[in-house]
Structure formats: structure tokens, C-alpha cells
Design a protein around this ligand. Structure first.
Ligand SMILES: [Fe+2]
Length: 387
């Protein structure tokens, strides 16, 4: 819990403080072993139930590049990527996430990953030949939060497609930007991720110090992954970046033209958190994909940590547009290392949806306004059946 009096209120409406604004009441013990030196989020392995439908979505609609494919698996990458893939689509009986994969700096970091997670008592599996094509020696773990995390260094190189303007589409996805995970106890998740070497860049809290979500980075952007408070472990979304805002609008136009506007769940809009322009889509299995652009540099050691008030109605959409309920409630299952869905545990802390749009929830646009939001604005979400 961070005390508001230890934070500085900015003219933009959020608070700033220094690293570690979140203290866990029930932390995961910090291993004595050093963590692996993680470079960045690198790829996600997704299990899909209809490979042809998923291919149509990720390749034909979103324009990801096919590095390699066969009857069961498709390896996809974004424009600027030079390693084999950023997304693996593998056919299976239950739509779920098989791996959140991070690239580490050196082969020796794999030894560190084994030691770190073994000390945590986690199940650890190392395959010198890798778990998927294009990726060498890899370590997969069932992490302390129940997520399937992978670490690798060696990867096959492929051509960067940045100069192939002849192949680019108006909504070009240029990089994998981040993952987003759902977990019941955000402070506990943050303390574990900090022991793994991640730094918090932003979070959402209430005045009592309940933490609803936190964003954490290794690469010098707002995040490589975020922890969203909710029933978990589940995967909230995987996110690709575009160069510009207009690329995101082009994706919306294309989905409309294809009569696939039902794939648009939320947005386009401007986030408060991260300051990025965003769009949330749902793939044919319901896996959530974000398209995102123009967050900010966070690489200095004294980068200020931003805390948003959960009642600030600009925190998740800077224009005050409502968050749809499905965005709070829906997420994808994650698999254990045997390929079975991990059981989901309920969040016991207050839910963000309940405190902002529930019967006794409230939110504000201007912190010190005495007047409540107009009645038509209260509730702060789109009803599913509104005209
Ligand atoms: Fe995101």
C-alpha cells in the first residue's frame, strides 16, 4: 500500500512517486538466486480451436507475416521482428495460452532461470531443442502465479520486413509490444515480478491502497506485461504496436468493410494509463488482441511511477469513454506444462468494475468537483442493448 501523502499530484490528474509504490501483504519469498536478465516480451503461444479461422484473422485481416506453417501450427511475426516469430497459433481442443515467452540476454541466463524458479518451488522444464520451431534452448516454468512463462536466448533470424513497403497494409503491426495477465492479488504478483527484475511504471489504486492493476517493464517502454486484478491466472490480452494512430483507424475501417465489426470490443481511443492510442479486438476464439501506439520512454533509473485513482474516469480512456463490461470480465485460460488448463482462483480484493460502475460505485472527471457526473453518464459503461 502506498500512502497518497507520499505521492505528488500532477496537473494531469495522476500521482507520481518513485519505484515500488506497491507493498504486498503476502509476498512470494524473494529467491537468493539471481534472476535471468530478461530483454523483452518476445512471443506468445496461443492454442486456437479453428486454425483456418485464426489464420484468416491474424494474417488476412491483421496482416501479420507468416514465417512458417503446417497443418497444426502457424508462426507469425510483425514487420520489424528479426527473430522467427512473435505469435504461435497451434490448434488444440481448448482455446488457451501455452506460453508467455521472454528473450533473455545470454545463454547463461537460462541457468539463472532454472535456479531462480527451482528455488521458488516451481515446476521447471528445459528443452535444449526448444519447445517450438525457430527457438533454441528454452526453459518453461509454471510460475508462482500459475502462468506458463518461457525464457530463451537462441532464435533463428528472419528478414525484417520494414523496408518491404510493397507488402505493407494500412494497419501494419510493426512490433509485439506487451502481454497483459489477470491475477487475483496484484501486489503479490508485482513483488514477484520485481524479484524477476521488472520495474513498475504505472498502477491504478484507490485511496485505501487497494491495487487494481500494475504495468511493468524490462524494455524501456511502459510495459512488457501488466497485471490486471481479477480471477486468474488468465490472459487478458496480447498487444501489437503500430507506428501511428491512423494505422489503428485503418484496422477499424477494414473490419467494418469486411462486416467484421463484431471483432471490435473496445476503442479506438486514447488510454490515460500509458498515454497510448488503443484498440481491443477479439479473435475467433475470443482471445483478446490489443493494437497500440505511442506510449513513452521509461528507461531512466529514476523514471517516475504513475499512480491513477481508480475513480478517475479518464484512467482507462483519456476521453472518458466507457469500458465495456466484457473487457473487465472476459479473459483466456492458461495451460500448465502438461497442456491442461490451470484452475482459476477468484479475486477477493475489490473489483475495478464494481468500484467504478457498480451500484455503489462512482467516478469523476474533475477531482474536486462537488457535483456528481450527469445522470446519463453515471454507470460509466456501454449497455449491451442500447440503441
Ligand atoms: Fe495493453
Amino acid at each position: 500500500m502506498t500512502r497518497r501523502e507520499d505521492m505528488t499530484l500532477t496537473s494531469s490528474g495522476y500521482f507520481v512517486s518513485q519505484e515500488a509504490p506497491i507493498a504486498a501483504a503476502n509476498p512470494i519469498p524473494r529467491p537468493a538466486a539471481a534472476p535471468p536478465d530478461i530483454l523483452r516480451c518476445a512471443y506468445m503461444e496461443l492454442v486456437v480451436t479453428d486454425l483456418a479461422a485464426s489464420r484468416a484473422f491474424y494474417v488476412d485481416v491483421l496482416g501479420l507475416y507468416v514465417t512458417e506453417e503446417d497443418d497444426t501450427t502457424i508462426y507469425l511475426r510483425s514487420t520489424e521482428e528479426f527473430i522467427h516469430h512473435n505469435l504461435v497459433l497451434r490448434t488444440g481442443p481448448v482455446a488457451a495460452v501455452a506460453a508467455f515467452s521472454y528473450r533473455v540476454r545470454s545463454p547463461e541466463d537460462l541457468e539463472r532461470a532454472v535456479a531462480f524458479f527451482t528455488e521458488l518451488g516451481c515446476r521447471v522444464e528445459r528443452r535444449p531443442e526448444g519447445f517450438v520451431k525457430g527457438i533454441g534452448d528454452s526453459v518453461r516454468v509454471e510460475d508462482p502465479l500459475g502462468f506458463p512463462y518461457e525464457f530463451f536466448h537462441q532464435a533463428d533470424h528472419v528478414e525484417r520486413m520494414s523496408w518491404r513497403y510493397d507488402l505493407h497494409v494500412p494497419g501494419e503491426l510493426v512490433r509485439l509490444d506487451h502481454f497483459n495477465q489477470v491475477t487475483p492479488d496484484v501486489p503479490r504478483a508485482v513483488s514477484y515480478m520485481q524479484s524477476l527484475g521488472f520495474r513498475v511504471t504505472e498502477d491504478i489504486q484507490d485511496e485505501e491502497g487497494t491495487v487494481y492493476a500494475a504495468w511493468m517493464r524490462r524494455k524501456p517502454t511502459v510495459h512488457d506485461t501488466a497485471m490486471t486484478g481479477g480471477d486468474g491466472p488468465r490472459m487478458h490480452h496480447v498487444c501489437f504496436a503500430t507506428h501511428e494512430k491512423h494505422n489503428i483507424l485503418a484496422i477499424c475501417d477494414k473490419l467494418g468493410a469486411l462486416r467484421r465489426s463484431d471483432a471490435i470490443e473496445r476503442g479506438p481511443g486514447r488510454h490515460g494509463v500509458s498515454n497510448a492510442f488503443y484498440l481491443y479486438l477479439r479473435d475467433p476464439d475470443g482471445h483478446r488482441v490489443e493494437v497500440y501506439t505511442q506510449d513513452y520512454y521509461t528507461g531512466d533509473p529514476d523514471n517516475p511511477v504513475i499512480t491513477w485513482d481508480v475513480h478517475d474516469n479518464q484512467r482507462r480512456d483519456w476521453w472518458g469513454n466507457p469500458v465495456v463490461p466484457s473487457w473487465y470480465t472476459d479473459a483466456s485460460l492458461v495451460l500448465d506444462l502438461d497442456g491442461n488448463p490451470q484452475p482459476v482462483r477468484a479475486r477477493t480484493d475489490a473489483s475495478e468494475m464494481a468500484v467504478t460502475i457498480g451500484a455503489d460505485g462512482f467516478s469523476y472527471t474533475r477531482r474536486d468537483d462537488d457535483e456528481a457526473m450527469p445522470e446519463w453518464k453515471q454507470g460509466e459503461y456501454k449497455l449491451g442493448h442500447q440503441l
